[in-house]
Design a protein around this ligand. Sequence first.
Ligand code: HQG
Length: 184
Amino acid sequence: MRETTPDLTRISKYMSLILRHKPEVIGIKLDAHGWADVNELLAGISRKYPINREILEEIVRSDGKQRYSFNEDGTMIRANQGHSIQVDVELSVTEPPEILYHGTAERFAASIEEKGLLPGSRLYVHLSPDTKTAEQVGRRHGKPIIYQVAAGQMHRDGYPFYLSANGVWLAKVVPVQYLKKTEG
Ligand code: HQG
C-alpha cells in the first residue's frame, strides 16, 4: 500500500468532498449510483488544482484506502463509500465476521453507550475488520477508544451488513446491546 504525494492527497481530499458530500462545489451532479462524469470532474477540479486524466488515474490507483472506482469504460468515477448524500453504490449484502470494531473518540462514549452507534451525517456506520484500523479511524476524532461489535449476532438477529468495494464494513446502526468497549 503506497500513500500518495502531498499534492495528490490534497486533490484526493477535494475529490472526497465532491464525490461523497458536495458535488455542487464544482457545479456537477452525481447520478443515482453515485457516478460523476470524469470530464466534468476534471474540468471542475482544474479550476482549483492542476489535474488531467493521467493524474486522476494515478490518484485512484495509489489511494491508500482505494476510495474511488472508475466504471468499466473509464468515463465515470465514484467514491466506493463514505457518502453523506443519498446514493446507491450497489453495496453487497455480506455475512460479517463474528466480531467487527468501531474506533471513535472518548468524548463520544457516553452518547454511544446510550444511543448505540448512529451514522451521523453519513449513510452508514463504518466498521473495521481489525483493531489497528479502528484505532486509526478513532484517532481522527481525538483520544481513541475501540468498541467491539457483535456483528455475527447482529446478523443472526436480522441486521444486514454491507461490504464496500474497498473493504469497509457498513451497517445502518449498531444498537447498544451489540457493543462492548475494549479494554486498554
Ligand atoms: C460517532 C474515514 C455520538 C462515531 C475512516 C464517529 C472511516 C456517535 C462519528 C470513515 C454516535 C462520526 C468513517 C452516537 C456514532 N453519539 N457519537 N450515538 N454514534 N458516533 O467521520 O466512522 O479517510 O462520520 O463513533 O477511515 O469516524 O474519509 O465516521 O466518531 O472509514 O476515507 O460519530 O471515514 O475514511 O464520524 O469514519 P465519521 P467514522 P476516509
